[in-house]
Design a protein around this ligand. Structure first.
Ligand SMILES: [Cu+2]
Length: 167
């Protein structure tokens, strides 16, 4: 009788723990890094962030094998020109938030060694509830990240290519 009770209590405790761990959960999908263009030492990284539970803020992003200086950026229209600025809305609500070329993105600065197209690099996002999520981000050509973002390469004003560098 006593043992049965202890088992029941242990099971109940486990259930509570599992629930707490599941309260908030974040996954990164389709992670990609744009190739670093000739003459540049910075580029963008992208992901689909799938989140359950209470909203969290992104605290920081890391891609240690590519860059030691990373910011979260968004694209805003300024005087008729798409410009990148540090992201002010970093909230991840339950559901999906997409970082993609032409929109919110992870900005990798001071890239010393250009990663090869097809190579993979661990990207980790840290959240305000002390959780984190990682993925293997694959390096893709500019054309491919545009395709992923639904941008027509012929009409695009590529902020990370030609026009970029006003930081
Ligand atoms: Cu940027």
């Amino acid at each position: 009788m006593k043992i049965k009770y202890a088992v029941a209590v242990a099971a109940a405790l486990l259930a509570v723990q599992a629930q707490a761990a599941d309260a908030s959960h974040t996954e990164l999908k389709d992670c990609a890094i744009q190739e670093v263009l000739p003459g540049k030492d910075m580029t963008g990284a992208f992901a689909r962030i799938v989140h359950t539970g209470p909203a969290v803020d992104v605290v920081k992003a890391e891609v240690p094998s590519v860059s030691q200086r990373i910011e979260l950026h968004s694209m805003v229209m300024k005087d008729g020109v798409m410009t990148m600025t540090q992201m002010t809305d970093v909230k991840i609500n339950a559901g999906e938030r997409v970082f993609k070329k032409g929109g919110d993105h992870v900005m990798l600065f001071d890239v010393a060694k250009k990663p090869k197209i097809g190579s993979k690099h661990t990207m980790t996002l840290y959240f305000s509830d002390n959780t984190k999520a990682s993925c293997e981000a694959v390096v893709k050509s500019v054309q491919d990240v545009m395709k992923d973002a639904g941008i027509d390469p012929n009409s695009a004003n590529d902020a990370h290519g030609g026009g970029h560098g006003k930081h």
